[in-house]
Design a protein around this ligand. Sequence first.
Ligand code: UDX
Length: 455
Amino acid sequence: DQAAPRISVIGTGYLGATHAAAMAELGFDVIGVDTDPYKVAELTEGRAPFFEPGLPELIRSNVAAGRLRFTTDLAEAVAASDVHFICVGTPQQSGSFAANLSYVEAATRGIAAALTHDALIVGKSTVPVGTGARLRAIVAEAAPAGVDAELVWNPEFLREGKAVDDTLRPDRLVFGGTSERSEALLRRVYATPIADGTPVLIADLPTAELVKVSANAFLATKISFINAIAEVCDAAGADVALLADALGHDTRIGRQFLNAGLGFGGGCLPKDIRALMHRSGELGAHAAVGLLQQVDEINMGRRQRVIDLALQALGGSVLNRRIGVLGAAFKPHTDDVRDSPALNVAAALHLRGAQVVVYDPQARGTAQRLFPTLGYAESKEEALAGADLTVVLTEWDEFTGADPAALRELASGGTVIDARNCLDATAWNAAGWTVLGMGRVPASAALVPDALPLH
Ligand code: UDX
C-alpha cells in the first residue's frame, strides 16, 4: 500500500491545531476533530483560537490547498483516515495533582468504536506512565471484530510561541511501542523531518510516555535550581544573572533555562511535574516525589518573593497604592495565562488592597476573562501613569525595549521590581529608577554583608 496515509487529529487545542496544520504542510490529507463547534468553525476560517505566531497562515494556506479541514464528526474523520493522532488535553484534576485522563480515554474509545478499516492510533497527549497500556485495553474492547488497530506513543515537545517550528523541525522523534509495520508507517508520516536529520528513537510504551514528562521535569528543575541560587545571591550580595552566564559556558550545564526570576508557569510545566509527582508516588518512587515537591515549592516561593519586595518597596502595605503591572502572560509571545505567575502575583497584590493596573501586549483578553476584577490598561504608559510602584512580570520586548526615561516621567514612584531580570538595570538607574531584581543587588544600592564582623 503505497498511497500516502490519510491523517486525523483528535483535539484541536494548542497541540492538535498545530499538529494538524503541520501534517498538512508536509503534504498529507488531514482532518482535525473537535467536540467544540465554535473551535471547528474558527479553524475552518483560518483563525486559531489562541495566539501562536505563524499558525493562522499555515492553517489558511493548507485549508485553501484542500489538504486540511476540521469537523465535529469523529466517526466521519476516522472512516476517512488511516493514522489517528490523539491530541486532547490532560489537565490537572481538581483537588488532586493527578492528570485527568477522561478526555484521552473518551477519544481512544471513540476512535476505536468508529474504525471501519485497519488503522494506527498514535497517542501524543502528555500522560502519566502506564496510560498507553490502559488505552490498548480500551482499543481491544471497543474496536469492531476483524479490524486491526494498533496503539503507539509519539510524545510532543512543542513550546508555545515556537509551536510550528518545533513541530516541523523537532529535536527528536520518539516512537513508543511500535511494531515493524507501525514504525514504517510513522517513518513515512515524518519522512520530511527525518530526511532533514531529526533523530528517531524507538522505545517501549512506558519509556516513550516518560520521556515527555521527564523532559519537562528536568527543565522545571533547572529553573528552580537557579531560583534557589538566586535566594543565596540575594542574601550574599551576588548577581545571579552574571553567575548563570558563567555557569552556562560549561557545555555540560548550558545557559538555557537558567534565567532566575518569577519561575515557571503555563499549561505544561506546573501540571506535568505535579502529575509526575503523583504518579511516582503511586509507583513507590519516593526520591522523585521529594525532588519534584521541592521544585514546585521553590517555584511557588518566587511569587511570594515578588509580593514581599512590593510590600517592602511601599513601606509595608500596598493598601490603596497604585501598582502598574507589565505582563500577564506566563511568558512572552503567547496570550496564554494558564497558571501564569504574572497574573497570580497581580491578583495577590489586588487581594492585599492594591489598585492594580495590568498591561500585556497579547494576553489582556484572556487575563480579563479569568481575573475580571483587576484593572486593565490599553498601553504600558496607561498602566504606569501615576503608579506608586511598577512591576515587570513578563519579559515582553515591548518592556525590555522601552525608554525608561519616558516611563519615569509617567510614574509617581521611582521603584520598579524586575521580576524577570529582563531590564537593562544600568539604563533604568540612569533614568532615575531604583531597580529591584531577583537575586541581583541593585547596582545603586550594592550591599555586601559583613562576612567576618570585627570583634
Ligand atoms: C514547555 C516545554 O519547554 C516544552 O518542551 C513542552 O512541550 C511544554 O512545556 P512552554 O510551557 O510553552 O513549553 O514554555 P517554556 O518556554 O518551556 O517556559 C515555561 C516557563 O518557564 C515560563 O513561565 C517561563 O517564563 C519559565 N522560564 C523558562 C523561566 O522562568 N526561566 C527560564 O530560564 C526559562
